[in-house]
Design a protein around this ligand. Structure first.
Ligand code: C2E
Ligand code: MG
Ligand code: MG
Length: 662
């Protein structure tokens, strides 16, 4: 902005300077022309007088002019703009003086004046001319020309002529003034119009650049700085921390239950709430702070010049207060709240990655503590952070070295007491001979955006292994919600089935209702495609969510799996559990769904489930998850239930390991 103003001032000054130069040039040209005019007028009139005064030589010697000469002088004085004549002798003494006020004066040097200019012209033999500003006896502007008169090669006299140039000067000046003005105008038009167009174009380009720059650095919905811009600023603030000698705080702010708002009031209402929250955060942030939107329900505030942890906590509380409340949208009242995780620099970390991890851990704690609250990072979270980073590394290593393992847990038909298949369960080796639990590494792999590649491997490997089983055995594979967001699951499954040579009806996909919360319509469409392939769809962990039933009506599942927590509660203090489980089984059958119970650990649970006619069971009582190498034994053991005791058959062989990237 400042630069553009400077350019404008420079251009205007340049233009004015050009005008001044043009006017000055005009003035000097006028003066020069007047001088040249005075010289030629003076010379020509002097010549006229000298040539026509026959007795000029005697006049110059002090004789009285003849009557004819007097008449010529008299006439010449009255013609044109010559208002005075003088005739000098050879020494420059004035001999005749003729002026418009007096008729004529002459005498033998009696006029008694010696004129230096006339003497000089005589001595040099060439005219001398001077142009002067007028006074009392003279016009406002005039020229004096002294021309020596030669007769037969002798200089006999000097004739002085006074030419009135006033009118001419005015005429020239007016003429040149208009000429200069026209040139100025022409120059202005000739250069000014392209210059103006260039200036406008430059300005437009600068504005467009500004806009592009803005869009690249801001979230389009809220117009708050985006993640990239925020982290650039945070990085810069962190590098200048030692010089400032104050701390800074990173507040990660999540809008609570946006998905629920979207589901209940529609996506437009959700977008409206996001914009409102952005407005409130912008209001809370001081001019030295920065509020940003990382997309959707995720925001952040960078608080600078933090003098104590208390100051950061105070701002976090103010942010909470600002966000919490009711949003009025389309006649509806939507209650809004947020959760905040705060980390301080340099205390908790002095680089962007570490500080963000700390703030996110504090945010996780705030969410676990029931949301609508703020938590500052504490060292116990640091332990969690270290563990988390370790697991993240283990995931990356497992992908790089292809060291994930697939375990299989038997699924048993309760009525026939026969194996019906296996559920594939992923295992991540922890490097100490054990495994990192899936409940820990799967959510992390989802966050890291790696669940897609891992899920693809699981599916491919699972299908390959299951293709070697007897045909009556099915494979169940768990699908994560993030896989639905990352790519088209149906294409991936179709490809894995083909690649492994497994019939689609031997594959069951286990999904949880979380998957349906993000974009239910899109997910349901994808599930329909999978069903069209001939694959079975099972709702896993049934009963743990709060809208399991709603989804049961919306999608034709093939089976439901009652969550372990219900089976665990059988025969316990919660007396209603038996009723609940039997109701779920009955509901499933009413809807023509097969019902599986997971987490069956003891005989009384098995007996109860048998009594309520549950179809399939899975649990430690029937077999723990086992490595691929133990599958043959398990299948054989099941097979032997129908065989005479002395027949041994090995229907399953082990597969070579498979690339994760395949
Ligand atoms: P899930 O799909 O509900 O799997 C059943 C879980 O219950 C397994 O835990 C299994 O070991 C455990 N379980 C089975 N019977 C019993 C029992 O009698 N007692 C007890 N205490 N536990 C039993 P696991 O293997 O730790 O897996 C946990 C969850 O991780 C799975 O729950 C599933 O949601 C997820 N998961 C596992 N493998 C994969 C995978 O390949 N992809 C995805 N997306 N998720 C997976
Ligand atoms: Mg499962
Ligand atoms: Mg389950």
């Amino acid at each position: 902005m400042l630069k553009r103003r400077r350019e404008l001032i420079l251009s205007a000054s340049l233009f004015l300077a050009l005008c001044a130069i043009a006017l000055l040039g005009a003035r000097y040209t006028v003066d020069y022309l007047l001088y040249r005019d005075a010289v030629s007028t003076g010379q020509s009139w002097t010549k006229y007088v000298a040539n026509n005064l026959k007795d000029i030589e005697t006049i110059a010697q002090g004789e009285m002019p003849s009557a004819e000469s007097l008449s010529i002088i008299e006439q010449a004085r009255q013609v044109g703009n010559v208002y005075r004549y003088k005739i000098f002798d050879g020494d420059g003494n004035l001999m005749v003086f003729s002026d418009h006020r007096q008729l004529i004066e002459y005498g033998d040097g009696k006029l008694g004046l010696n004129d230096a200019a006339a003497a000089k012209a005589m001595a040099m033999g060439s005219p001398t001319v001077a142009v002067k500003e007028g006074g009392f006896y003279h016009p406002a502007y005039y020229a004096e020309a002294y021309v020596p008169v030669e007769i037969n090669g002798r200089r006999v006299a000097v004739v002085g002529t006074y030419v009135d140039q006033t009118e001419k000067r005015e005429h020239y000046r007016t003429l040149f003034f208009y000429a200069a003005l026209s040139i100025g105008l022409f120059t202005t038009l000739a250069f000014g119009i392209p210059a103006f167009a260039w200036y406008r174009r430059t300005q437009e380009k600068a504005r467009a650049d500004e806009q592009i720059n803005f869009l690249a650095r801001h979230d389009l919905q809220t117009l708050l700085p985006n993640r990239k811009y925020f982290f650039e600023t945070l990085g810069f603030a962190l590098t200048s921390l030692p010089a400032n000698r104050t701390a800074l705080a990173l507040h990660c702010v999540d809008l609570d239950r946006l998905k629920d708002i979207n589901n209940a009031y529609g996506r437009e209402a959700g977008d409206y709430v996001i914009r409102k929250v952005a407005e409130r955060l912008r209001f809370v942030a001081r001019s030295t702070d920065m509020a940003a939107c990382f997309g959707s329900d995720s925001f952040a505030i960078l608080q600078t010049n933090v003098t104590s942890a208390g100051a950061a906590e105070a701002l976090a509380r103010r942010i909470l207060d600002e966000i919490a409340g009711v949003c009025h949208y389309d006649g509806k009242q939507i209650s809004v709240s947020g959760s905040i995780g705060t980390a301080l620099a340099p205390q908790h970390g002095s680089d962007v990655t570490r500080l963000l991890k700390c703030a996110e851990l504090a945010l996780d704690r705030a969410k676990n503590d029931g949301r609508n609250c703020a938590r500052v990072f504490t060292p116990d979270m640091a332990v969690k952070l270290a563990e988390r980073m370790e697991v993240e590394q283990a995931i990356r290593d497992a992908i790089a070295t292809e060291s994930f393992e697939l375990y299989f847990q038997p699924l048993v038909c309760l009525r026939k007491d026969r194996l019906v298949g296996f559920e594939a369960l992923l295992r991540l080796p922890d490097g100490k001979g054990g495994f990192v639990p899936p409940s820990v590494f799967i959510p992390l792999a989802e966050e890291m955006g790696l669940i897609d590649v891992i899920g693809r491997w699981t599916m491919r490997r699972g299908c390959k292994i299951a293709a070697l089983w007897p045909e009556n055995l099915r494979l169940s594979v768990n699908l994560s919600p993030a896989q639905f967001l990352a790519s088209r699951v149906s294409s991936m499954v179709e490809w894995a089935l083909k690649d492994g040579g497994l019939a689609p009806n031997r594959l069951a996909l286990e999904v949880t209702e979380n998957m349906l919360l993000s974009d239910a319509d899109a997910v349901l469409k994808e599930l329909s495609r999978l069903k069209e392939l001939g694959v079975r769809i099972v709702m896993d962990d049934f009963g743990t969510g709060y809208s399991s039933l709603q989804y049961l009506w919306r999608f034709p599942f093939d089976a439901i799996k009652i969550d372990r927590s219900f089976i665990d509660g059988l025969g316990g203090k919660q007396q209603n559990m038996e009723k609940i489980v039997s109701t779920i089984v009955a509901l499933g059958h009413t809807l023509n769904l097969k019902v599986t119970a997971e987490g069956v650990e003891n005989e009384s649970q098995r007996k109860f489930l048998r009594k309520v006619d549950c179809d399939h069971v899975q649990g430690f009582l029937f077999g723990r998850p086992m490595p691929e190498t133990e599958l043959a034994g398990a299948i054989l053991a099941d097979f032997q239930k129908t065989m005479p005791k002395n027949v041994v058959q090995l229907p399953v062989k082990e597969l070579p390991r498979q690339s994760l990237r395949g």
